[in-house]
Design a protein around this ligand. Structure first.
Ligand SMILES: O=C(O)[C@H](O)[C@@H](O)[C@H](O)[C@H](O)COP(=O)(O)O
Length: 237
């Protein structure tokens, strides 16, 4: 099965690539073009990316793309509530793989900071994001095989509030079923306001997840809430 076999809504774009390396390079070039256009047209740009394992090749490729990175803000769709030095930290992942080479000049707006509680950490992250250019210019999402995206996890206690299109919070605390389970996530209204939205996924299992999501509600599979214009899906086997 390939992405073109899925009954996606007509307004959702999709591209297949022969392998992860080709997809990472194509995604980096697509994101770099969109950021460069935003800097040219509005004097600055905001990029929000996801963590996890698969974006590393994309981060490495994007870090070498030439553009005025000093005018680009980079933030995270979600964060694990751990120290930045922790191997599970998404900010640590970004610092190691994206904020190098040309992209070392980018302005990082991380979500993680020490706090008394996860709720307080999420509130503080939301306050930090008041300096993020909004609407977000470029959003890159991943997806878990359970249909989560960012840290919008099925069955998480605050998922309904996080998915509320009329919600006013920028960030909310979330609980992931896997360890480390304490997360901070950007909320749906903030994420879905992005001008350019790309979902980057790999493998047949994630195609099956997408196929399931098409017949489910966002509360069952949060990725469902993003399957409409202007989403573009990048997929490789
Ligand atoms: O913090 C995280 O883990 C990510 O933000 C998360 O939403 C990720 O995008 C998916 O879990 C997919 O991860 P992979 O792309 O590594 O499978």
């Amino acid at each position: 099965m390939a992405i073109s076999d899925l009954p996606l809504p007509a307004e959702v774009g999709s591209q297949s690539f022969k392998d992860a390396a080709h997809m990472a390079q194509a995604l980096a070039e697509r994101v770099a073009r969109a950021l460069d256009d935003a800097v040219s047209q509005q004097g600055g740009a905001s990029l929000v990316v996801s963590g996890g394992r698969s974006p590393i090749a994309f981060f490495e490729a994007l870090s070498t793309c030439e553009l005025d990175w000093s005018r680009v803000q980079v933030s995270l769709a979600d964060e694990r509530w751990v120290d930045v030095s922790d191997p599970d930290s998404n900010e640590g992942l970004l610092r190691r793989h994206l904020l190098q080479n040309a992209a070392a000049e980018a302005q990082l707006i991380g979500l993680s900071q020490p706090a008394e509680s996860l709720d307080q950490a999420a509130h503080q992250a939301g306050q930090k994001l008041s300096s993020l250019r909004q609407p977000i210019d470029v959003l890159v999402l991943g997806m878990g095989s359970d249909g989560h995206t960012a840290s919008l996890f099925p069955a998480s206690p605050m998922l309904e509030q996080a998915l509320d299109p009329d919600g006013t919070e920028r960030c909310l605390p979330m609980l992931a079923p896997s360890k480390p389970q304490q997360r901070i996530t950007m909320t749906y209204p903030l994420l879905v306001s992005a001008r350019t939205q790309i979902l980057s996924i790999q493998g047949s299992e994630k195609l099956e997840t997408l196929q399931q999501a098409l017949s489910l509600e966002p509360m069952q599979m949060p990725i469902r809430a993003f399957l409409h214009s202007p989403l573009e899906i990048y997929w490789c086997p």
